[in-house]
Structure formats: C-alpha cells, structure tokens
Design a protein. Structure first.
Lengths: 444, 400
C-alpha cells in the first residue's frame, strides 16, 4: 500500500518533468520537430532546448491529431519583447517592428544566416519584399544599394533619424566616404550645400539614371539653385559648349570642393586655357589663346589679371564670342550706337560717336576723330581688324606682326610720337596724323 | 527782422549798430525773430518718416547774426562794442570752394562769402570803381580760388583773386546778350548766355574765346532759355533749360551727350527749373522755382527723390535759385545732423526770399541713417518673398 501510495506522486512528477524546459530537448530530438534543430544559426532558446520560453502547453495530450496542445506564450511582438526589449523606443520605428510583426523578417527558430534571417549581406530580397524595387534597378547605382547592403545605411528596427538612417545623412555618407571628408576639410573652397546640406540634396542615395546617381542631369540639377545661370543657359543665342554637353557644369566646376573661387579646378584663366590653349579641340579647331598670349609684351587689362570673365560670359551669351556686351560678328559693320558695348563698357563710351573731338581719343588728326573715320562708313572696321583683344607685341594692342585677315596677316606698321603718329597698313597708303597741327591729306 | 529795420535794410550793406540804444529791440529780436529752426521742430528729413531719410535740412543763413551764438548778443549788450552785420537781400547764384560758400546777391550788388566752419559772412569785395559789382547773378570759383562773377549790370564776367581782389573782366568783346551763369573746369571757363542759348568756352586765364556750344544745325541739340549751368568732375556740362524743361549734358567739344526732363507737374518734371549741381558720383540736383523743390537724379538720369517741399515748418524752399554741392566741412555739419544720420555731402540752396521759416542760404545734408543698407536689404528680401508668395498663389489659382 505504501508503495502504491507513491504512484500518483510519481505520475505527477513525470508530468511535471515532461513540461519542464529541461526536457525540451525531447521536442527536437523526436522525429516530430527535429528539423528545428537543424538550422545553422538557431535562435538561442532553440539551441538551449528552451521551447517552453515561447510555447506553452494548454492541453495535456500531445501530439493531438487535428488539434494543438501548445500555444505561444504571448502574441506578436509581446512574445519577443521579454528578451529583445527596447527595439521600438526611438522616434522612428520600422513599421513591422511597431506592429510587432517580428516574424515578417526573422525566422523564429533559426535561419540560414545571422540575425535569424535567411538572407546573407544582400538584403534586397528581404527588404524589397515590401519596399518598391524600382529605384534599385536604375542605370547608376550607389554601391550599398546595388549589393543590397541596406543595413549599411539603415537600421532595420528603429532610429532617431528619418528613413531609419543610422545617423544624420552627412554622418552616414561620410562614415564610408572618409577620404572625401578629409579632403573637403582641407579644401579652401567648398560648395555650400556640400558643406552644410545633406548629400541627398543632389544625389539619390539608392540610384538614378544619371551618372553619380544625381537626382537630375546637369545643368538642370545645378540651375535648380543657380537660377540666374539657368536663365542664361536656357535663353542664350550663343551657348558655351561645355555647359550643355558631357559632364555639363562639372566640365569646369568641381561639384564638391575646389582650390579656387567658383569651385574651379585652378585659377580662372587656367581653366579656360585647358581647352582654349590647345590646337586639337573642335572643328575647325578653337583658337589657341595660350599661344596668342605667351611672351607678349602688351596684355589687355583683364587678360593681365587672368580675368577672362570680364569680357566673356562662360555660361553663355547673346553676343558674338560669348562677349558680355554686343560686338559685331561680321568683320565689317557700319558703326551704330550700342554695337560695341562689349568694349565700350570699359573704354570711353563716346569714343566712336563724334567726327570731331578733343576729348575722347588721341587717335586724331587735329580734332578729326580717326577712330570714327575707321568705323563709321559702310565698310566700318570692327575693333579686331587693328587691335588684338587678348595680347600684342605692339602698343595699343596693335600687333607688329599684323592682325589676322583670313590666311593673311595685315601689317599695320603703327608708330606713335608725342603729338600723333602714323600707319602704313596693308589697307591703305601710309598716313600720318597730328593732334596739334593737323596733317593735310592730298585728295586724288 | 528788427535788426534789419534799424540796421541793415537791404542786402549786405554794412551798418554799425549801437548796442545800448538798441537794447530793447535786440531783446525782441532774440526772442521773436529767431524763426522756426530745425532744432525747434526736431530733425527735418526728406523723405519724411516712415521712409528711409536721405536728406536732412541742417541749418541756414540769412544774416551774419545767424552764425553767431545767440547768448553772445546779451553779453555784448552788457559789455558794449559794435558789430558788423552782413545780410543777404535777394540772392541767386551760388558756388562752393574749400568750404566757403559764394552767394551772388543781386539786390545788394555783392558776392557774399559764407564760411560756416569759421562762422564768418563777409562781402567778397568792397572796392568801388572797376571792381564793384552791379547785378551779380552767377558765380564760379576755379581750382586756384579765383572767383568769376557773371554780372548783368556790368555786362561782363568780373574776375577776383582768391583774396577777393578785383583782377580783370572777361567777355566785354563777346557777341553776347545776357551771361547769367559761369562754371570753371581745368583751363576752361564756361559762360552761359541765357538769351542766345549758348555757352561760350573761354580760356580761364586769358579770357580768350575758344569755342561756342549751342550752334548745332540740329536744333534739338541746342538750348532753350538755359538758366543753370554746372560742370562735373569729368568736364561734362549740365545745362537746365527753362524753355523746354530739359537738362542737357554737353562735353567740352559741344557735343550733346544726353538729355532728360520735361515741363510738367509729375515727379521728375520741371516747371521753372533754375540751378543745377552734379556731385562726384554723378547724381544730378535740379532746383525748381515752380515746384519749390530740389529734385535729385542718379547718373543714369533716374529720379531718386526730392527735398525742400513748401509748407513745412522748417527746411522748405522759398523761390529757390542756385545750388551747389560739396564734401567740404562734413565734420562741422555732422554736429548738426540727427544722431545716427551720417552725412556724405552738403547741398547749399539759395532762396530768393528769406522768411521766418526760410533762410536765404539753406544747408541740407545728403546722407544715410545707420543700418540703412541692412534695412533696405531686409525690405528687398521681404518684397521678394511676397512676390514669390503671390506667384505661387497665382499658380495655384491657375491650377484650379
């Protein structure tokens, strides 16, 4: 009897033992759930055979055909929260985390890869299960987006930053682009949006159809902020080719930081001469301005200062040769007020207005304005027939070797003295002029 | 003024006043005849508040007593002595050189020299005979300090040395009708003939006629009843024409370079334009005796504003005529400017008639209130924003 009196207690003890976590191993060792123990990366409780930390036996019999004897200890995220707390405490929480849908991403028992995920480093399959995959098929892709390393920038659970970024946009970008951060710090000039704004102001961090996954092509992207340049580029009659072809603005400007004002790669003239100092660019080739300037005694004021921009608008212009003011494209143009504004915005604006003057030019015979004589009639000579606009070996930018006239160079043979001078050009017979005592010319 | 009744009735005639006898009258003069001054009504700004001020009426002078400290009158009564009072009667032309203001007084047949910094007001020349003026109407001072006076009574241009001593006269041999204005530039002396509508360009030191301006076959380039003349730092001449309300710009060769203005009563129009002055920035100031204002234009001939409107308690104009601009003595006049109002130049305007609220020679300061640039920038930014808001609203409206 005494022995029989122990039987209920023994049965109760066995029942308890069956439900005891320590006996969980039996769940996995039996044929029924053996697959759960086969994961490469099992969930820690699984590894410990601690099935009861998640599963609770509600019905004594197990297994029950057509029924369930175990239930989850809690529903949704509440089940995971006991161990994995604090994953929804920051300002921005990933929606499945907020909803407690942990199993939307994670395998609860174990997975092929770490973090109870079936995906390796390439998470694209996982993330694009919900998120739109279109931006990830663009022609030009950002490295991490291209290989599905979403986690390189985003925290999958929560963040104090928008878009679940692991830090501010700048921090996230410069965390990898550390060399860029270093170089920018050293650079004398930085593009203000690069210095102050998120990188995403210009770049699409996933990818885009434009090289360097820019949000828009150049120059459209740049003129979004640089509106006045946009107006020039859109409306000019004479565009500057680099602005509208190839790399656009980047042909001359660095987008991020640079050594010189205007984010130029070097000083202004250096940048211009990188194209306009060659013989092999364009058909017919661009004039080699570098050669025109080199070794010349007399430089036009702005050229001497390296200021090409003083006369030319590098973004485009309505005028001949991208000049900032009007200037006739034709070699011979009868003078009218305003047609030489490009030159006369600096030079005496009344230079060519009056047949007689004592004030506006020293190139006169008595009071007769010889500049006027040259420009006024039907065959009005443009400035460039006598003057070289960039540099010259003679005074008044009148070249000793002559000025270009198609294949020929017209010699000018210009000489000055204290009260006048003389010319013996390829245009007409030799003439002298004198401001004090006018030379009388023989009429034939 | 009571001083005037007993002492100087007319112009700059010098009279002695015996202070003891005039004690009662002087007491009255001190209390009742001070007129309405800028200091008694607060700073007089143009344009008036709430606009950003650009010109302040600073002070003025009708008689040499205006330059004196008011308290000194009483103390002098006690201590005795005599004083000389110089008073402007009916002034017209004005010029300024090294801080001294030269005013033609037609009624008194004098050019009066006012030195605000040294508080003096004296006749240029008190000689009788060849050096005496009759109806001086226009005055110019060259870079050496020589004074040229266009005199309608003498029918010539009287030339005085820097010390005021009469030297010679120009223009007796000119074929002219009525010289009413003179201007000096480098080696040139310009004499404006009001009736012929011409400018005679004379050699400044010899008086030789070099050329005549205003003979163009294109009559639109000539003058029409010219009244005021000035020459700017580049040698360009501005002439105000009463006949057609135009201000014309000529170079020294006589080419007309530009013109602007018309007769009318809109801002920028003229009715009876008289004197003209150009500052070193190329801003043009034109006196109008009809509107009784000075209108200012920038070097592109765009109107900037006006000052001296009639009907003000102080700082208005009363039949104004000549005008001169200078940057001399800024420090002295800065003391009279309102706190924070930084003077850039001084503008002298002659009133033909003085009154309790008008001095014969009124002094205005062109300047800027502290922080004006920032306020202008802020206003511009606000206006731009408003424009953008409006544009966005219109766009939205169009979208619907």
């Amino acid at each position: 009897m005494k022995l029989l009196s122990f039987v209920p207690a023994l049965l109760a003890g066995l029942t308890l033992l069956c439900c005891n976590p320590a006996l969980g191993a039996s769940c996995l060792t039996t044929e029924c759930h053996s697959s759960i123990s086969a994961f490469k990366y099992p969930h820690a409780p699984v590894q410990d055979g601690d099935c009861a930390s998640c599963h609770e036996q509600r019905v004594k019999e197990h297994p029950v055909k057509g029924g369930k004897s175990f239930e989850l200890a809690a529903k949704g995220g509440a089940l995971c929260k006991d161990c994995h707390d604090g994953l929804a405490s920051k300002k921005y929480v990933h929606d499945p985390v907020q909803q407690g849908d942990c199993t939307g991403c994670h395998k609860p028992h174990g997975a092929k890869e770490r973090f109870l995920l079936d995906q390796e480093e390439d998470r694209s399959e996982l993330c694009l299960g919900c998120h739109d995959g279109a931006p990830f098929k663009a022609k030009y892709m950002h490295g991490p987006a291209a290989v599905g390393s979403c986690n390189a920038c985003h925290d999958p659970h929560q963040s104090s930053e928008k878009k679940l970024l692991t830090g501010t946009v700048r921090e996230v970008c410069l965390k990898c682009h550390a060399d860029f951060a270093e170089a920018m710090k050293e650079a004398p000039v930085a593009h203000p949006p690069v210095r102050d704004d998120p990188c995403t102001a210009c770049h699409d961090p996933h990818g885009s159809g434009v090289s360097m996954f820019l949000k828009n092509k150049m120059p459209d992207l740049c003129v979004g902020c640089h509106k006045h340049i946009g107006k020039i580029v859109a409306n000019v009659k004479v565009p500057h080719k680099p602005v509208v072809t190839g790399a656009g603005c980047s042909n001359c400007h660095s987008s991020h930081y640079g050594k010189a004002k205007g984010l130029l790669a070097s000083d202004q003239m250096g940048v211009c001469l990188s194209c306009h100092g060659r013989d092999d660019l364009g058909t017919p080739p661009l004039q080699n301005i570098k050669k025109q300037i080199e070794g010349k005694k007399m430089l036009h004021g702005p050229v001497a200062k390296g200021d090409c921009k003083a006369c030319h608008d590098p973004h485009g212009s309505d005028n001949f040769r991208l000049l900032r003011g009007s200037y006739p494209a034709a070699l011979y143009t009868p003078y009218k007020d305003g047609i030489y504004d490009g030159c006369l915005k600096c030079h005496e604006k009344n230079l060519l207005r009056f047949p007689e003057t004592t004030i506006y030019t020293r190139f006169r015979n008595g009071n007769r304005n010889l500049h006027y004589v040259h420009v006024v009639n039907r065959k009005g000579r443009t400035c460039r027939i006598c003057h070289d606009p960039h540099a010259s070996d003679g005074e008044k930018l009148i070249s000793k070797e002559g000025t270009r006239f198609g294949d020929w160079k017209i010699p000018i043979n210009f000489v000055t003295n204290s009260t006048g001078g003389s010319c013996a050009p390829g245009c007409h017979r030799a003439f002298k002029y004198d401001r004090m005592k006018a030379v009388v010319y023989q009429q034939n | 003024m009571k001083i005037g009744i007993l002492g100087t009735v007319n112009g700059s005639v010098v009279k002695k006043i015996k202070p003891v006898m005039l004690m009662l009258f002087l007491a009255g003069a001190l209390s009742g005849c001070a007129g309405t001054t800028a200091s008694s009504v607060g700073p007089i700004f143009f344009p008036p508040p709430p606009d950003e001020p650009h010109v302040q009426f600073l002070t003025g002078v009708t008689s040499s007593t205006d330059l004196e400290e008011k308290q000194s009158e009483l103390s002098r009564l006690v201590s005795g002595g005599s004083k000389t009072v110089t008073r402007l009667g009916k002034p017209y032309g004005v010029a300024v050189h090294k801080g001294k203001v030269y005013v033609c007084d037609v009624a008194a047949s004098q050019v009066v020299v006012v030195d605000f910094a040294n508080k003096t007001m004296k006749n240029l020349n008190d000689e009788i005979g060849g050096g005496a003026l009759k109806k001086p109407i226009g005055v110019a001072v060259d870079e050496d300090g020589n004074v040229y006076v266009a005199d309608n009574g003498r029918k010539d241009i009287a030339v005085y040395g820097p010390d005021g001593k009469y030297l010679k006269a120009y223009g007796k041999d000119l074929d002219y009708s009525r010289i009413i204005g003179v201007a000096a530039y480098k080696e040139f002396l310009l004499a404006l003939d009001n009736r012929l509508g011409k400018i005679f360009v004379l050699h400044r030191t010899t008086g030789e006629l070099l050329s005549t301006i205003g003979d163009s076959p294109d009559r639109s380039k000539n003058m029409a009843l010219p009244n005021g003349i000035t020459v700017d730092s580049k040698g360009n001449i501005r002439v105000v024409n009463m006949g057609n309300g135009k201000v014309k710009e000529y170079d020294l060769d006589g080419h007309m370079l530009s013109e602007f203005g018309r007769l009318g009563d809109s801002p920028g129009d003229f009715t009876r334009p008289r004197g003209v002055a150009v500052d070193n920035d190329g801003n043009i100031f034109v006196v109008d005796a009809g509107h009784q204002v000075v209108q200012a234009f920038n070097n592109e001939r765009r109107m900037l504003g006006y000052f001296g409107k009639p009907g003000l308690p102080a700082g208005s104009l009363n039949l104004p005529a000549g005008i001169a601009v200078s940057t001399d003595n800024l420090e002295h006049f800065q003391k009279l400017a309102a706190p924070g109002f930084k003077l850039q130049q001084i503008i002298y305007v002659v009133n033909q008639y003085a009154s309790p609220i008008n001095y014969s020679l009124a002094v205005y300061g062109l300047g800027e209130m502290e922080g004006a640039a920032e306020r202008t920038a802020a206003r511009k930014a606000e206006a731009d924003k408003e424009k953008e808001r409006k544009a966005a609203k219109e766009k939205k409206g169009a979208g619907k």
